[in-house]
Design a protein around this ligand. Sequence first.
Ligand code: FA5
Length: 344
Amino acid sequence: MKEITDVKEAGLAAIERSNDLNELTQVRNEYLSKKGLVASLMSGMKDLDASLRPAFGALINDCKEELEKALKQKQEALTLVALQEKMAKDWIDISLPATKFPVGNLHPLTLVQQEIEDIFRSMGYRVVEGPEVELDLYNFERANIPADHPARDMQDTFYVDSKWLLRTHTTAIQTRTLEKSADSLPIKVVCPGKVYRRDDDDATHSHQFTQIEGLVVGENITLADLKGTLQLLAKSMFGEQRIIRFRPSYFQFTEPSVEVDVSCHICNGKGCNVCKGSGWIEILGAGMVHPHVLDMAGIDGTKYTGFAFGLGVERVAMLKYGIDDIRHCYTNDARFLSLFKRFE
Ligand code: FA5
């Protein structure tokens, strides 16, 4: 009996002395594990006289319970201390200024493209893309520009071989869409994408630039629909005061064809150096889809009509943001690009 009390006292003292959870685990193992001191005391019970066993058993149980209780309390206390130490060590000053990471912004051409896409999406148009390496068939033949036709000279072409070329205009996406959607009219799409021409680079020309083509085909589509649509585009892009005008033009795949000017947003039509004194700025080419173009795609040109237009995204961005040289769009000067942060 004395031995039990000694073990208990010694155990309680060892628990009290433990400075961290590791030490406490060692004490637990020493006293309460299967081969610990309490278990070995217990194994002595079988050698005792039967009359002494109940009192012995009760004392052992009391010893065990007291040690377990003390261990639990100490464990909670040490866990709390460990947490407090960790918190004291790991604290951060949330009022310190954070490290600033340079954040990029959208390219002006992306901004203009997204703005135009959004305007047309709000009118129920789909956005359709196509391949940049294109078949002569879709870029020229289906656009009513057969081989050896002089109209091919208007768009000097990078050929890959006799069949394949780098598309010269997004009209190639138009001719593909016409063929694909011949059985599911009406068509209402805008087609953005990169195009390539053997033009000499200067302030307003690039050998690679971006176009957005618009195409609507259905019953009773007229030139008035084209004009209303482009009027809305001009107002959305350049302001409510803008008006547009049509000038007769020529494209092989539209008849009639027009070139579209918007009243100058800098001088309000009075004449300035941006509009070269005329009060008008040319923004795109357009027209009614030639019936032969519809026929070639398998659409009845006597029943259905359509309009199409194609604009240069760089030229629109130059007008909208006052960019004086198209080459700025392609030289990746971070100072130039960062100017467009505020437009996002
Ligand atoms: C065409 O490419 C016609 N496919 C547009 C069209 C579509 C007409 C549907 C009718 C119906 P054009 O060659 O004019 O047309 O080019 C359209 C626009 O692309 C021009 O108004 C101009 O804004 C831009 N553009 C043309 N060449 C260049 C170039 N080298 N660099 C930058 N922009 C250019």
